[in-house]
Write a protein that binds this ligand. Structure first.
Ligand SMILES: *[C@@H]1O[C@H](CO)[C@@H](O)[C@H](O)[C@H]1NC(C)=O
Ligand SMILES: *[C@@H]1O[C@H](CO)[C@@H](O)[C@H](O)[C@H]1NC(C)=O
Length: 346
């Protein structure tokens, strides 16, 4: 029995490592902060490294902080290695996202990675979302647990936004694909967006529906961003047209890059990730969307059995993890006593 469990763990680790070995992102040019970004808010809470290739965003009692790309892009590949704040982080939100909300107040587009802190060090949850043309009344959330402790080292989070599809990646594994369906209409983001990274106090909702607030005894909460990449045609957000020459990559280059192409292997890795780590998907939320799933949802009866009518996974449930890494039962025992409850993921 013990031997078999050990084998399964090794097999799971192999799947993750093998995805990393065949990196699709090695050729992606990374930018210095000054080349592509500008501070957004938080003044002294945004700390740039001396070589200007990484940035720390801090949250303390005084302020959160954030930065944004200096340009808007009409499609592209957007990526950063992010190390999340450690220890007690309930109520803390780190966001890495594309938006044009500053330009289009009522009809904005948005693609999100949101990281939600927790009471248990290292147990961050991740949420992705897609909005188009102001579709804020029908959000397309998904939530996931991570197969690693995101506070120990940086991991790469990326969004590919093409006219035909969107892919969210964690490291080299695609975790969500949104293929543009004609019936999505304006819900598919289609106007130039800028890239944002922020840390802020989300006490009102981030952790278990707002039950656990930010505790500034643990401040400052520090997130580190490096390997900053924004690759794609720069565009005028108002004219909605590419600016033209001088970009790293035009639309054809973008569409044919490895990270824009979903191979059978990548799709299999995505399915495996979702089966093991996704705690909620809007595609199976028949309570919120009684008139049926969104047109782009790729639902199956088999998979539906693993989700409740509220879109919550019946098989993937958050459990408090041993300090640092998950190291099997023995190491986990102490943490189990410290953090008893299985945390419902909502
Ligand atoms: C976006 O929303 C605006 C305002 O509701 C509407 O006039 C327009 O037709 C929409 N565009 C698309 C592509 O759906
Ligand atoms: C449903 O969950 C079980 C148990 O975790 C898993 O083995 C199976 O692959 C899942 N089915 C699908 C279609 O994801």
């Amino acid at each position: 029995m013990a031997v078999r469990a050990g084998f399964l763990l090794a097999a799971a680790a192999w799947v993750w490592l093998s995805a990393v070995a065949a990196s699709a992102f090695d050729d992606v040019p990374t930018a210095a902060f000054d080349e592509r970004f500008s501070p957004l808010f938080g003044d002294g809470n945004l700390v740039r490294s001396s070589d200007d290739r990484s940035v720390r965003l801090l949250l303390d009692r005084r302020s959160g902080s954030g930065f944004m790309s200096s340009d808007y892009y009409l499609h592209g590949f957007f990526s950063a290695s992010i190390k999340l704040p450690k220890d007690y982080t309930a109520g803390v939100v780190v966001a890495f996202y594309l938006s044009n909300g500053d330009v289009y107040e009522k009809t904005h587009d948005e693609l999100d990675f949101e990281f939600l802190g927790s009471r248990w060090g290292g147990q961050w949850r991740v949420q992705t979302n897609v909005y188009g043309n102001g579709s804020t009344s029908h959000g397309r959330e998904e939530r996931y647990l991570l197969p690693f402790d995101p506070t120990l080292e940086a991991h790469r989070y990326s969004v590919l936004w093409a006219p035909t599809h969107i892919i969210f990646y964690i490291d080299d594994t695609p975790i969500r694909e949104v293929i543009r369906h004609p019936d999505m209409g304006g819900d598919f983001p289609a106007k130039p967006m800028a890239l944002y990274a922020t840390i802020w106090d989300g006490s009102a909702w981030a952790t278990e529906g707002g039950k656990y607030k930010v505790n500034y005894k643990y401040a400052p909460f520090a997130s580190e961003f490096s390997d900053l990449a924004v690759v794609g045609p720069r565009a005028d957000p108002v004219l909605r047209a590419p600016r033209g020459a001088g970009d790293d990559q035009d639309l054809l280059g973008l569409m044919t890059a490895d990270y824009a192409v979903m191979t059978p292997q990548k799709r299999a890795a995505m399915r495996a990730f979702r089966a093991r780590h996704m705690t909620y998907t809007v595609c199976y939320d028949a309570v919120r969307y009684a008139s049926g799933p969104f047109p782009e949802c790729d639902n199956s009866d088999e998979e539906r059995e693993n989700f409740s009518a509220w879109g919550e996974s019946k098989t993937v449930v958050m459990r408090p993890r041993a300090r640092g890494r998950r190291r099997g039962r023995k190491a986990g025992a102490g943490a189990g006593a410290r953090g008893r409850a299985d945390v419902a993921s909502s």
